[in-house]
Design a protein around this ligand. Sequence first.
Ligand SMILES: Nc1ncnc2c1ncn2[C@@H]1O[C@H](COP(=O)(O)OP(=O)(O)OP(=O)(O)O)[C@@H](O)[C@H]1O
Length: 378
Amino acid sequence: MGDGNNRSSSNNEKPEWLQQYNLIGKIGEGTYGLVFLAKTKSPANRGKSIAIKKFKQSKDGDGVSPTAIREIMLLREITHENVVKLVNVHINHTDMSLYLAFDYAEHDLYEIIRHHRDKGNNLINQYTVKSLLWQLLNGLNYLHRAEAKSTSNPFQLDQLDKIFKVLGHPTLEKWPTLASLPHWQNDVHRIQEHKYENTGLHSVVPLSPKGAPFDLLSKMLEYDPQKRITAAQALEHDYFRSEPLPGRNALVPSQPGEKVINYPTRPVDTNTDFEGTTSLQPPQPVSSGNTVSGGIPGAHGVNNRSAPRPMPVGLQRMQAQGMAAYNLASQAGMGGGMNPGNIPMPRGVAQPHQQHQLRRKDPPGTGTGYPPQQKSRR
Ligand SMILES: Nc1ncnc2c1ncn2[C@@H]1O[C@H](COP(=O)(O)OP(=O)(O)OP(=O)(O)O)[C@@H](O)[C@H]1O
């Protein structure tokens, strides 16, 4: 799919690339832009759910930001079953706005946790926990091996506050190289002003400190990256070698006869369009075509998770550094008159939406070492 003949928008005519989708509504917002649910119209894939991420325009109006280009370059290289696939790249030539189309992930881990936490539902089953954790680590391990470059700042303060509430302040004893980290000197006073009491993993997780789940969790939450377990090591941990073994389809009963849980699907705000303001259509039932059998159709109205989030320190858009949008685009492989159709189709976060369509029993020889060195019964 390419965008060669973009036409828009003074007369509200949709650009040509957009005409291949029905835009359903907004599903989220990240640091770099809004994300929308759309359905494909093409006969071959009619009704297929797609997540379209609209990148925020650069402040200086110079078109596609270096951040976006960097994300595309990384995503092009990524091919893994636990990382969502980037299926297309679209550009509105009129304003140089950039849209990335991904396979749609039907379920949101936060909503699954909330389903169990807030609604008095049964505890999440251990098979589901283990399978989701396995998939997260499997995707992360792949990204580590691919050496995806991260520019994230280890001191984002709101996130740190949440971590310190559980683990307490990091100390030089626990993390000897702490003082030499780039942002520590600036933030240390603000961080240490706050006293965190009664901290400790044991006080927030109801797990035996002697068991494998607690052991893995505490190793994953080591402050010092030198001491922290790697994703590859975590995948080899005893936790994943004891029953219930993890499986590809995390959202199914762990035992025959166990109750099927109808997890809520991702909330969709059907009132917000690509500009983030205009009314799209009256709220209507949203069915993704990827729902768990018997699942609840997408929720409607305001998605309370899509409120704008402050951009964390250190994650601001890279400076344009004088590079014109066209140069950047061509670096990202968007040659041929910026026709994104030239980009080999890459992959991009876990695909729980596909899990429920798979059977518990994994096909033999699926080749991703899943789970490693043991025969999954799923
Ligand atoms: N492929 C997808 N399928 C379904 N929902 C998605 C998909 N991609 C993103 N979303 C939703 O949109 C939200 C924003 O995604 P986005 O990638 O822009 O930011 P993020 O990764 O959550 O945060 P940040 O970019 O700030 O680190 C996500 O939290 C998720 O709820």
